[in-house]
Design a protein around this ligand. Structure first.
Ligand code: IPE
Ligand code: IPE
Ligand code: MG
Length: 243
């Protein structure tokens, strides 16, 4: 019997760049009578699955929001556990990157992360230089406004040093963002039931298609991603023009 055709196969019209706000870990755990931190562990496991799936169906970039500049407000215990999970995740990811030739980039204010995480970020940058193809971007200590302010400061420094000439263009400014050189997301997915952007990719999502789902992130499997991509295919992207 022929294998059932999955909705998405390489070569199908899949978004080139998908961005996901990984939300709903805490509620997922609470519903099971578990501590919120168990939800973060389940969420990080799901990220692994979704990233592999994206690579297999021909998505070029996957950008996920894992820890925001506002998430430091959470109880110390929860923040500590998240940092520990991130450390473990990045360590394991380094092995996977080398095995599967995956590029990985961290978007965010890396200087504000614990030392050990900063070293892992450097390592992933180093490894990524050797590869081409699928790229996962993980947003850590990331805020959209923070990113724009950082970019403005760096531009001002270059300008003062005579390294930036002429009138600043949108394209030039984009080159100062964490996402420099990466195309804007085509599809932004937020699982977890909320319909807001929570300071994610404010500049880059100017023309992204938004998809919201009530499914909590740890349960947002490949079937849910297929649904999001299906919905994306039905959208009519006009970019301000008429059709
Ligand atoms: C997302 O899940 C993970 C982080 C923001 C670190 P949450 O922890 O926000 O889960 P909910 O939204 O409280 O369920
Ligand atoms: C957004 O989720 C940030 C991340 C997923 C990293 P939050 O749970 O922090 O967002 P709010 O508080 O619901 O806006
Ligand atoms: Mg949340």
């Amino acid at each position: 019997m022929a294998a059932e055709k999955k909705i998405n196969q390489p070569g199908d019209n899949v978004p080139r760049h998908i961005a996901i706000i990984l939300d709903g870990n805490g509620r997922w755990a609470r519903r099971r009578g578990l501590p919120r931190t168990a939800g973060h562990a389940a969420g990080s496991e799901n990220f692994r699955k979704i990233a592999t799936y994206c690579k297999n169906i021909g998505v070029e970039y996957l950008t996920v929001y894992a820890f925001s500049t506002e998430n430091w407000k959470r109880p110390e215990d929860e923040v500590k556990t998240i940092m520990r999970l991130l450390r473990r995740y990045l360590n394991e990811a380094i092995d996977t990157m080398e095995r599967d030739k995956i590029r990985m980039k961290i978007f965010g204010d890396v200087a504000g992360l614990p030392q050990e995480l900063q070293e892992l970020v450097q390592k992933t940058d180093e490894i990524s230089k050797h590869y081409e193809g699928f790229q996962a971007n993980i947003c850590l200590n990331y805020g959209g406004r923070d990113e724009i302010v950082h970019a403005a400061r760096r531009y001002a420094e270059d300008y003062a040093a005579g390294k930036a000439q002429g009138r600043l263009s949108e394209e030039q400014f984009g080159g100062y963002l964490y996402s420099a050189g990466i195309p804007d997301p085509d599809l932004l997915i937020r699982p977890g039931g909320e319909q807001r952007i929570s300071n994610f990719l404010l500049w880059q999502c100017a023309y992204a298609e938004f998809y919201f789902s009530d499914v909590l992130w740890p349960d947002f499997g490949t079937d849910e991603l297929d649904k999001a991509i299906e919905a994306f295919r039905r959208r009519d992207r006009r970019y301000g023009n008429v059709k």
